[in-house]
Design a protein around this ligand. Sequence first.
Ligand code: HEM
Ligand code: CU
Length: 579
Amino acid sequence: MTEAAPAHAEAHHEPGFVRKYLFSTDHKMIGKQFLTVSLFMLIIGGGLAMLVRWQLAWPGSVIPGMGWVPEPYMVQGTISPAFYNTAFTMHATIMIFFVVMPILVGCFGNFLIPLMIGARDMAFPVLNMLSFWVALLSGILMLAGFVVPGGHASGGWTSYAPLSAVPAYTGVDWGQNLWCISIIVLGISSLMGSINYITTIINMRAPGMTWFRMPLVIWSLFITAILLLLALPVLTAALGMLLMDRMAGTSFFIPKGGGQPLLWQHLFWFFGHPEVYIMILPAMGIASDLLATFSRKPIFGYKAMAYSMIGIAFLGWIVWGHHMFQSGMSPALGTSFMISTMVIGVPSAIKVFNWLGTLWGGSIRFTTAMLHALAFVSMFLIGGLSGIFMASTPVDIFIHDTYFIVAHIHYVLFGGSLFAIFGGITYWFPKMYGRMMNETLGKIHFFLTFIFFNGTFFPMHILGIGGHMRRIFNPEYYDFLKPLQPVNHFITVNALCLGATQFIFAFNYYYSLYKGKKAEQNPWKANTLEWVAATPPPHGNFDAIPTVFRGPYEYSSPLVTEDWLPQNRDLGPASGLAH
Ligand code: HEM
Ligand SMILES: [Cu+2]
C-alpha cells in the first residue's frame, strides 16, 4: 500500500545507492546517518573512559591487551600522564559533541520532526544533508587530533585558558588547534540544522497541528534548536579567539599580553550552561512521550510541561556563573548566580512531578523503552539534587572540582540523556528500520546498565565529599586519598562491567537490524503521527498529509473503545474535542 505520494518528485523512482544511503536529502536517512556515526563514536568515547578508570584504580599498571599501542600514547601498556590528560579530555569532548548532541538533536530531531508534525521532509532538505556532511567533517577533524605530533587536546573539555592558549604549557600543538577547528566546524553544522528545524516546525505543521497539539518531544526539539542557534556562536567566537591566541600572536586570554583567562571561562560557560540544557531538553521530551504511551494515560499537565521547558531554556542563560563560584567571583555576584540556579529547580521539579502524575494510576507496560524512560526520571532526579548542593556557594567551596561534580555530570548526562537515548532508540527502531529490537536482550541490557551505572557513579559522591579531586593522574600520590582507594577499585570494576554491558546493546541493535521481528505499523499503539506513516516510511512520509484533530496524548479516552486515539482520527461531530 505504500506508494509514496506523487507530490514528491523523487518518490517516483527508487534512487541509487549513493543518493539513497550517502547523499540522501531524506530527513529519515539523515537521522539514521547521525545515529550510525554517533554510535561508532560512542565506542571510542567509552573506550577512553575505560582507560581513565583503569589508571585511577591501578595507577601505572599494565592494561591487559594494550601492549601494542605505540609511545607516546602508552608506554609498554601503561598510560603516560600526558595521554591520561588526553584520555579524559577526549572522552568528554567525544561524548558531549559527537554522541549525545548528534543523537538527541541530529538523529531524533531529523527523524522525528517531519514525521511527528505531519510534513513530507524538512524545510531545506539539501541544507539538511549538508549539515550531516559538515558534522562528519568535524568528527574526522576531531579524530585526526589523535595522530598529530604532540598528541591530542589535553586541557579538559572546557579547555580553560591559559592552559589551552599556550602550546608550551601542555606540549600539545596541533591537537588543540584541531580541537578548536573541529568544534567551529561543528558549530556551522548545528547552525544549519537548527535553522532547518525552527523553520520546519513553524511553517510545515500539518493542518490542525496547533502548537499545543505538538508532541512534547517536538516542543523540546524546537526549544533546543533555538538554544543551539543562540549558544553555539558564542563558543565559535571564543574558539576563534583562542585559535588566534595560539597561532596569530594575540592575547585575548593570555595574562602575559594583557589578556584575561577569566574571559574564556565566561564565554565558555555562557555557551556551556545552555549546552547542558541542549543535552537534556530533548531527553525530557523523549521521556515524556514514552511515559504517556506506556502508561496509557494523557501526559499530566501538558501545557505546564511545555511552559516549564521554555522556562528552563530562558533561565539557562542567567546561571552560567555557577561554574565559576571558585574563580574569585565577588560573593554578591555569587549569591545572585546561586539564587538564579536554584530557581531553575522550579520548572525542573514541575516536570518531575508531572511525570509522576502521568504514571499515577496508569496501566503501565514495562517495555524496554519504558524502563529506560523510568530510569531517566529517577536518575535525573538524583542528578538534579546534587546540582542543588553545588549551586549553594558555601557548599561548593568544598566540593568544587572534586568527584562530586563528576557524579553530578554523569547522573544528568548518562543517567539522564543516555537512558533517554536508549529508550528512544528502542521505541522508534521499528519505525526507522521496520523491525523490532529484541525485548529480552533489551531488558537484560537495561538492568545491567542500571546496576553498573549506579555502581559506577554513586560512589563518586563519596569520593567527592572525601576531597578526591577530579582530573588527577594518580590518586596514590596523595596520602589523604589512600583510604579512598578501595572506592576507586569498586568504581572501576563497575565501570568495566558497564562498558562490557554495552556489547549486549550493540549485538541487539545489529541483530535486530537484519533478523528482528518484522514491525507492524503501530506496534506500541501510540497516537502520534509518525505511527500513521507506513513502516518504514517511504520518501515523502505520508500517502496524503494527515489532518490533525486532537492532542498527542489522548490515551484511554472515554470517546473510543480502544485505549489509544490517533491524532488524525476524525470522530466527527461526536468528538467534543475536535477543532
Ligand atoms: C537541576 C538542575 C541543575 C543544577 C541546579 C545544576 C547545577 C550545577 C552546578 C552548580 C555546577 C557547577 C559545580 C562546580 O563546578 O562546582 C554544575 C556542573 C555541571 N552540570 Fe549541572 N546542574 C543541573 C542540571 C544539569 C543538567 C541537566 C546537565 C546536563 C545534561 C548538567 C551538566 C553539568 C555539567 C556537564 C557540569 C560540569 C561541567 C564541568 O565542570 O566540567 N547539569 N551543575
Ligand atoms: Cu551550568
